[in-house]
Design a protein around this ligand. Structure first.
Ligand code: PHE
Length: 377
């Protein structure tokens, strides 16, 4: 399904030539592609700040392999097609030794085949769709995957919210949404719940009245919306306007201050699962929150920031352990990452290059995100 941009042979020859160039560089160049503008700007901005903070700290402590780390960040504008273009540029023009990105699974899925073809290690900080790392042995992530996240929210719906009859409202143009809906449904139904109605939308939609009217008529006790924050907030508003007061809940894609800015009173009492909460009282989290606030005007870091930070740390740790910036050595070191203590917990790469970590459930209360519980894998 994810075809390589050109024949593998050509890419491999090009990769060998690029390796020679990269080894003579004065800095260790790491590329980052992120949605700094556009529909998911909140994701990219936040992830980038975490990544930048990690690189600045690493450089303040002397860099890696006797060189400074140079972070080269490019904006994919949340647009389809841009991630592929940018990642090619980072590899061919900037000669980066590793790549960090993206948050959204659909954009990681776009860029990963290029990183794989050129044999440049890529770490997605927070893309949770299983297919991302299935692209090949050069593709890693430092977060959990959606079969786990789907299970967390299915159990939460059943055991905590005590729901039996639930509606799904899925974004069909988002790999993340389609996957998370599937894993939620599998677990919810296996535990005796019922998905009464399954409605669809596409990224960028603004009017959800037709889907919500159908859901209202189906008589459900709750709605699971595995989408991103803009659509999720609009869905909550329009549901409340239709006098639908049942719980509406989602996954990590809901996490952004914009959820509350756009959703207002309509998102009060809503729940979502994510990777971390700044309210968790562990030394690692609290130290990170303090550093981040000092660096970024008092801003409190969210899950994307924490995972962006951890992704950069894990990449540099692998370069250090590899003792070289040669991509196969860095790749092997990344694959061997074990018990690396970060902000979002301990990272160990499993055989599929995924990390296993706890999830947290967050609730919107009085216009703020409130930590509810941690769910261990
Ligand atoms: N997990 C989402 C995806 O794969 C992205 C995301 C991560 C959004 C963390 C918010 C917080 O598309």
């Amino acid at each position: 399904m994810f075809r390589l941009p050109r024949t593998l042979a050509v890419a491999v020859v090009a990769a060998a030539a690029l390796t020679a160039c990269r080894l003579s560089e004065q800095t260790v160049k790491i590329g980052e592609y992120a949605s700094l503008t556009g529909k998911e700007a909140a994701f990219g901005q936040s992830s980038h700040k975490g990544t930048l903070l990690a690189i600045e700290e690493i450089n303040a402590a002397g860099g890696v392999l006797g060189k400074k780390v140079e972070l080269i960040t490019e904006d994919d504008q949340s647009k389809q097609g841009e991630s592929a273009t940018i990642v090619k540029k980072l590899i061919s023009r900037d000669k980066v030794v590793g790549i960090l990105g993206e948050v959204a699974s659909m954009r990681s899925l776009e860029a990963a085949p290029i990183c794989q073809a050129y044999r440049i290690p890529m770490i997605s900080p927070s893309s949770t769709n299983p297919k991302v790392t299935e692209i090949g042995p050069y593709i890693f992530r430092v977060c959990f995957i959606d079969p786990f996240q789907g299970t967390v929210m299915a159990k939460f719906a059943k055991d905590t919210l005590k729901l039996h009859r639930v509606a799904l409202l899925t974004s069909v143009s988002s790999a993340y949404s389609v996957g998370l809906a599937k894993y939620f449904k599998e677990r919810f139904v296996a535990d005796g719940g019922e998905i009464v109605i399954d409605q669809k939308f596409t990224e960028g939609d603004k009017d959800f009245n037709a889907q919500l009217t159908a859901i209202k008529a189906a008589g459900v006790e709750g709605i699971f919306v595995p989408g991103y924050y803009t659509e999720a907030a609009l869905i909550c508003r329009q549901a409340r306007e239709l006098d639908m007061s049942m719980p509406i809940f989602g996954g990590d894609g809901w996490e952004a201050p914009e959820l509350i800015k756009i959703g207002g009173a309509a998102v009060e009492g809503c729940y979502y699962s994510t990777h971390y909460s700044p309210q968790v009282d562990t030394p690692a989290v609290q130290a990170f929150v303090a550093k981040f606030k000092a660096r970024f005007d008092g801003e409190v870091p969210d899950a994307m920031a924490a995972l962006g930070y951890d992704s950069a740390e894990v990449m540099v740790d692998a370069i250090r352990r590899a003792g070289s910036t040669e991509e196969p050595a860095v790749r092997d070191a990344l694959a061997a990452t074990k018990d690396f203590e970060g902000v979002t917990g301990s990272t160990t790469m499993d055989k599929d290059r995924n990390a296993t970590k706890s999830a947290v459930v967050i609730m919107v209360k009085d216009g703020h995100f409130k930590f509810v519980q941690t769910v261990a894998p």
